[in-house]
Design a protein around this ligand. Structure first.
Ligand SMILES: [Zn+2]
Ligand SMILES: [Zn+2]
Length: 228
């Protein structure tokens, strides 16, 4: 039986998604198909923000992020190392803790020198790291939502560019944008005070959260019609 543990690492969670959803994803979805799913649930999460519906925001965000992980699995991108490379307990842009972009308006991205001893081990610790870098008092929930939409757009552009020309430098862009997008998911979870790892534990206590099988046996029709 596949399940997510409370002290899961990002890599372990990524492996869980592969074990449970890899087969269906590979058979049913190409890159664009998965992008559509990431977007579909992210937009429903934004609707949750607009309607002040925390539960709707939370659930849709979890499923959207789950699709992002599925897509990264298909592209063989290991997210955990990339997140640390992009956010080594510092803002990826101004390279300070907490982020000081709003006050200093740096014109370009600063070199980040991370301290390896501070590297979070678990997914929960990574979420805390993002709260330290981007404290929720520094922005509103709506602001965090707009930022997610913005980063989603940049991630889509990176994928479409790579799919057009298959250049290595464009693939590198996908990896960076994936890490940025992940940070925006964490930002919203922090704003609505959701412990993402704990939610995964309750949703994924036994294989697929719908059919309870590993690998997932949900039909294509069911997957396409599924919503919170
Ligand atoms: Zn910053
Ligand atoms: Zn299923």
């Amino acid at each position: 039986m596949a399940s997510v543990k409370k002290d899961t690492t990002i890599s372990e969670y990524q492996n869980f998604v592969r074990e449970v959803y890899g087969l269906n994803n590979d058979r049913y979805f190409n890159t664009e198909g998965m992008l559509t799913q990431i977007q579909r649930f992210a937009m429903r999460a934004l609707k949750g923000i607009r309607k002040n519906d925390r539960e709707k925001t939370k659930l849709n965000l979890i499923i959207s992020l789950n699709w992002l992980i599925s897509l990264l699995n298909q592209l063989h991108i290991k997210l955990e190392d990339e997140i640390w490379r992009r956010f080594p307990y510092l803002c990826s842009y101004c390279a300070t803790l907490p982020c000081s972009c709003a006050a200093t308006h740096p014109a370009e991205r600063k070199e980040r020198v991370g301290n390896e001893s501070k590297r979070p081990k678990t997914l929960a610790e990574f979420q805390i790291m993002f709260e330290k870098i981007y404290p929720i008092e520094s922005r509103t929930l709506e602001h965090a939502g707009v930022h997610l939409a913005e980063e989603l757009g940049e991630f889509f552009e990176a994928i479409l560019l790579y799919r057009g020309q298959r250049k290595d430098k464009d693939f590198e862009r996908i990896i960076l944008e994936a890490a940025d997008l992940f940070s925006c998911f964490m930002g919203i979870f922090n704003s609505i005070k959701v412990n993402y790892a704990e939610e995964l534990v309750s949703l994924f206590s036994e294989n697929c959260h719908i059919c309870k099988k590993a690998p997932c046996e949900c039909t294509f029709e069911h997957i396409m019609g599924f919503k919170f």
